[in-house]
Design a binder for this molecule. Structure first.
Ligand code: GLA
Length: 446
C-alpha cells in the first residue's frame, strides 16, 4: 500500500482526526553476530526494504487508539499515563505501551497526550526480521512528534535506539540493542556494524556483486509468544556466566572488581586478548555441562537467589547447563563479526560466506537456537549456489538468509522453492522468499 492509501485508510477509520503524519520503519536481517548484543559485543545487521508504515495523529485526551490493516491484530485502545500496565503476553498493543513508557520516562512527560494510529506492514511478523522492534520504533517516532519533539534535535537516533532497547523489555523479552539501532541508523547500500562498548556504529558498504536472499523457514518464531522463554534463556545464561567470572575475579584479584557483561572481558578495563579469554573460559568452564549443585558451590550464593535470577529462566538438561558451549559461541561469533567486517570492506565474498556458514553451525550446535528446518534450509541454499547461509535473528524458527553471487539469483530461488517448500515442507502456497534490498533508517514521510 502506498503512503497516500495508508493516509486515506487512516481518515476512514478516524474521521474526526485531522490529516495524519506518516513514518516508515524498516525491518532488518542480521548478516553476522547472533546473540552478541546483550553481551556487549558487536553485530553486523542490515536494514531491509520491507517495512512498517504508520499513519498517526495526536489527541488532546490520553486515549490511544490502534488499528492494524492486518486483521490478525485486533483493534485496540488504552489510556496513556504514568505507569502503563502490560496487556497479556503476546498482545500487540504492548509494543505501543513499551514505546510510550520509554518515552514518558525519557522526557519526564507529565501531561499525557493520546494518539490515533493506523499500522500497515509488508514486513513478515514472527520471521526473525525484527517486526516487533520496528513496531516499537514506529510508535516511538509517532509519539515523539505528538509530544512536539524533533528527532535528531531533542534526542539523537543513537540515544533513541538505547532508550527503546530498554523500553522493549516491557514486552517480556530481555533483548539487546541491535534491532533498534540498525532500524534507526541504517544507510542504504550499507550494513551497519554496531559496537556496544562504547555504543557507536559504522556503515560498511555492501557488495555489488552479490545479494541476500531471505527465506522464511515457516517455523514461527514470535519473541512475544512461543520464542519468548527460549530467547530469554540466552541472556540469563550469559548473565550467569558473567557472575561466575565475577566470582573468579574476586578470588583472583582479592578485591571487589566486576564486569557487567561477557564483552567487558575484551572491551572493558581488563582489555584481555584472545588467548587470555580462551584461558579464562577453560579455567572456569572446564566441563561441557555444569550441574545446578556445582553452580551453587561455585557461586557460594543463596540457592534461592541463584534460582530467582538465573535458573528459573534456563531450561536445565539432565546433565546440567551447557555453559561451556554457550560461552564458546559468544567467543567465536565475536571474532567472526570482526573478520566479516573486514571481508566486506575488502570485497572478499568467499570469506564472508564461510563466516556465515560457521556462524550458523555455532548458533545451531553451541548456542542451540536453530531448528532442523532451518538447518535444512541453510544446507539447501548452499547446495543451490549460495556462498554462505545462516539463520538470522533470535532463532527458534524464522528466516534463513543466503549470500547469492550475481548471476545465480534465479537458480538459487528456483532450487529453494522446490527443495525446501515443496519437497521438504510439502507446501503448495506462494513461498515466502525474497531478495532483500538494503534500506536507510526509519524516517517520517512528508
Ligand atoms: C533478537 C533481539 C536482538 C538480538 C537477536 C539475536 O532479534 O531483539 O536484540 O539479541 O535476537 O542476535
Amino acid at each position: 500500500m502506498d503512503p497516500r492509501s495508508i493516509a486515506s485508510h487512516f481518515q476512514k477509520h478516524f474521521p474526526e482526526s485531522g490529516a495524519p503524519f506518516l513514518c516508515r520503519v524498516p525491518g532488518r536481517i542480521n548478516l553476522l553476530g547472533e546473540h552478541l548484543d546483550y553481551n556487549g559485543l558487536p553485530v553486523l545487521p542490515m536494514a531491509i526494504d520491507r517495512a512498517i508504515t504508520i499513519a498517526f495523529a495526536g489527541r488532546p485526551t490520553p486515549e490511544v487508539r490502534l488499528i492494524n490493516t492486518d486483521d490478525r491484530f485486533p483493534e485496540m485502545a488504552f489510556t496513556n499515563g504514568g505507569a502503563l500496565e502490560p496487556s497479556p503476553a503476546g498482545a500487540w498493543e504492548n509494543y505501543c505501551k513499551a514505546a510510550l513508557e520509554g518515552m514518558n520516562k525519557r522526557f519526564d512527560v507529565k501531561k499525557f497526550p493520546g494518539m490515533d494510529v493506523l499500522v500497515y506492514s509488508d514486513l513478515p511478523s514472527s520471521a526473525g526480521l525484527s517486526s516487533s522492534s520496528a513496531l516499537v520504533v514506529a510508535f516511538a517516532l509517532a509519539y515523539l512528534a505528538v509530544l512536539d519533539y524533533t528527532l535528531g534535535q531533542d534526542i539523537s537516533r543513537l540515544e533513541l535506539a538505547g532508550v527503546l532497547a530498554n523500553a522493549e523489555h516491557f514486552v517480556g523479552t530481555v533483548g539487546g540493542g541491535m534491532d533498534q539501532t540498525v532500524i534507526l541508523n541504517a544507510e542504504a547500500g550499507h550494513a551497519t556494524k554496531i559496537n556496544f562498548i562504547p555504543f557507536q556504529f559504522e556503515h560498511i558498504p555492501l557488495p555489488e556483486k552479490a545479494s541476500f536472499i531471505v527465506c522464511d523457514s515457516m517455523v514461527e518464531s514470535s519473541k512475544a509468544g512461543n520464542a519468548l522463554l527460549k530467547y530469554n534463556a540466552g541472556p540469563a545464561i550469559c548473565s550467569l556466566i558473567t557472575n561466575m567470572l565475577n566470582t573468579h575475579f574476586i578470588r583472583a584479584f582479592d578485591e571487589d572488581f566486576s564486569i557487567d557483561c561477557i564483552g567487558d572481558l575484551w572491551l572493558g578495563p581488563l582489555c584481555f586478548n584472545r588467548a587470555e579469554v580462551e584461558k579464562l573460559f577453560a579455567e572456569i568452564l572446564p566441563n561441557s555441562h555444569m550441574t545446578v549443585a556445582e553452580i551453587f558451590i561455585y557461586l557460594r550464593m543463596d540457592p534461592a537467589i541463584v534460582r530467582e535470577y538465573w535458573l528459573d529462566h534456563i531450561p536445565v538438561e539432565p546433565e546440567g547447563l551447557p555453559l561451556q558451549s554457550r560461552a564458546r559461541h559468544v567467543f567465536s561469533e565475536y571474532y567472526r563479526v570482526e573478520e566479516a567486517r573486514d571481508a566486506l570492506i575488502g570485497g572478499d565474498l568467499n570469506t564472508f560466506g564461510r563466516l556465515m556458514n560457521d556462524s550458523h553451525a555455532s548458533c545451531a550446535t553451541d548456542y542451540g537456537i536453530s531448528t532442523p528446518e532451518m538447518d535444512d534450509l541453510a544446507q539447501i541454499l548452499r547446495a543451490a549456489g549460495c556462498l554462505g547461509a545462516r539463520l538470522t535473528g533470535a532463532g527458534f524458527g524464522g528466516a534463513v538468509i543466503g549470500l547469492v553471487p550475481a548471476g545465480r539469483e534465479v537458480q538459487v530461488e528456483k532450487a529453494v522453492r522446490k527443495k525446501y517448500y515443496v519437497d521438504r515442507l510439502g507446501y503448495s502456497g506462494e513461498a515466502p522468499v525474497f531478495f532483500a534490498r538494503s534500506s536507510g533508517g526509519a524516517c517520517y514521510l512528508s
